[in-house]
Design a protein around this ligand. Structure first.
Ligand SMILES: [Zn+2]
Length: 408
């Protein structure tokens, strides 16, 4: 049934010449959802595709047989705004961390430039809207982990100048000034220097990203920041009790200050049974990562492939339960019921996480729009979730930066 519908959608001529097909195709919601999806700004705040730019076998411009993101598949899935993640292992600190971050920032700029027919590098919400009007994919950057500033606040300004529009305050491990959700607390949240860094991010219009940080770091950042925060790729603890996810109280506090949680699709963050089985099998997300690191060293591509292999094998052997893409919808719906439709969006973790079944790559994104429509969400609310909310937060961050700059 699904296949027939897909064929008909691809070939509308069949509908006009054969009334026989009309009743089968007569799914009004599916049609309306497609139209809404493909006319909206569909923005994803977290994609680990940047690491693939360093692989000889990967080409952003071509359809790749593996991974989740490339231009042809983004077009097919209607994903037209992407935050490329700048990420290195959180245990690399100091000047080497800065150098590696700059390598990746340069790689994003070069890849966008090489594909300027299809992509536009964007620094503001307005530029994202302009890219959409021109039919181009908006490319943005987020730094995933405060360790990459090498404990030097001046680097925040340099990252800002280079177009970085959010920074996650920590990754899996504590950095010099912020505690992580997956490490033992060392700073009781944000240190005084960490608070200064948050203020500097406000001045630069770099959104403060609280994915990965400890609960205390989140509350500290929320108190210090003059602009709304984002969780670039986190899900809901009420559904899956993972430290990487947000509790209802945190989501309420984030929303009360105008922020947005961008739902992560990683199986162990969205499904409790999977998380429990995965913890039992691998000893938690950080232990699993360490295990992979031993096998792959700094080879990011190897890390991704090995993670997928491990996960696939364990699922085949029945050691991990199946998780389907509809769980993503449950998380979105949970946030909407808790704080309304203005505070949730999409932060897939494509190319950096294991995807639930049915969300194999970015070509599957129209399903999210259709599922929300079937739940009775209004077109306006769906557009906000697909990208509008994040653009609103980005604009508020831009406004705060302008105000701070105009102060003596
Ligand atoms: Zn992450």
């Amino acid at each position: 049934m699904r296949c027939l519908r897909a064929v008909l959608a691809a070939c509308p001529l069949l509908l006009t010449i054969s009334p026989l097909f009309a009743p089968v195709h007569g799914d009004d919601v599916a049609d309306r959802a497609r139209k809404l999806h493909f006319s909206s700004i569909v923005l994803d705040t977290h994609d680990d595709t940047t690491q693939r730019f360093f692989s000889k076998s990967y080409d952003l411009a071509k359809r790749n047989p593996d991974g989740h993101i490339d231009i042809p598949r983004m077009k097919e899935g209607g994903m037209n705004a992407i935050f490329f993640s700048i990420w290195i292992d959180g245990r690399i600190m100091g000047p080497p961390a800065i150098e590696k971050a700059l390598d990746q920032i340069d790689a994003v700029h070069e890849n966008v430039l090489r594909n300027s027919k299809d992509m536009l590098f964007c620094r503001t919400a307005e530029e994202v809207r302009r890219a959409h009007k021109e039919g181009k994919i908006a490319a943005l950057m987020g730094v995933e982990g405060g360790h990459m500033i090498g404990n030097d606040i001046r680097i925040v300004r340099i990252f800002g100048d280079l177009g970085v529009r959010y920074m996650t305050l920590s990754h899996f491990y504590n950095d010099e000034w912020a505690d992580s959700s997956t490490d033992k607390p060392a700073h009781n949240g944000l240190t005084d220097y960490g608070k200064e860094i948050v203020r500097e991010m406000n001045r630069q219009g770099i959104m403060v990203d609280i994915s990965h940080v400890s609960d205390k770091t989140f509350y500290d950042a929320l108190e210090v920041s003059k602009a709304p925060l984002i969780a670039s790729h986190s899900s809901c603890r009420a559904i899956c009790n993972h430290p990487r996810d947000m509790s209802d109280d945190m989501i309420k506090a984030l929303a009360a200050k105008g922020g947005v949680i961008q739902i992560n699709y990683e199986k162990s963050f969205i499904d409790q049974a999977y998380k429990d089985a995965s913890d039992k099998l691998f000893g938690g997300v950080v232990a699993q990562f360490d295990q992979l690191k031993k096998a792959c060293g700094d080879d990011e591509e190897c890390l991704g492939k090995k993670m997928l292999e491990m996960e696939k094998q364990a699922t085949r052997e029945g050691k991990l339960p199946h998780v389907t893409w509809e769980r993503i919808i449950e998380h979105i719906d949970h946030v909407v019921k808790l704080v309304g439709a203005d505070h949730v969006g999409l932060g897939s973790d494509f190319d950096g996480a294991t995807m639930p079944e049915g969300m194999d790559d970015c070509t599957q994104l129209p399903k999210i729009t259709e599922a929300l429509m079937r739940k009775g969400y209004s077109d306006d609310d769906i557009r906000k979730i697909l990208g509008g909310n994040l653009l609103r937060v980005m604009e508020q961050n831009e406004k705060v930066a302008r105000e701070l700059h105009s102060q003596p």
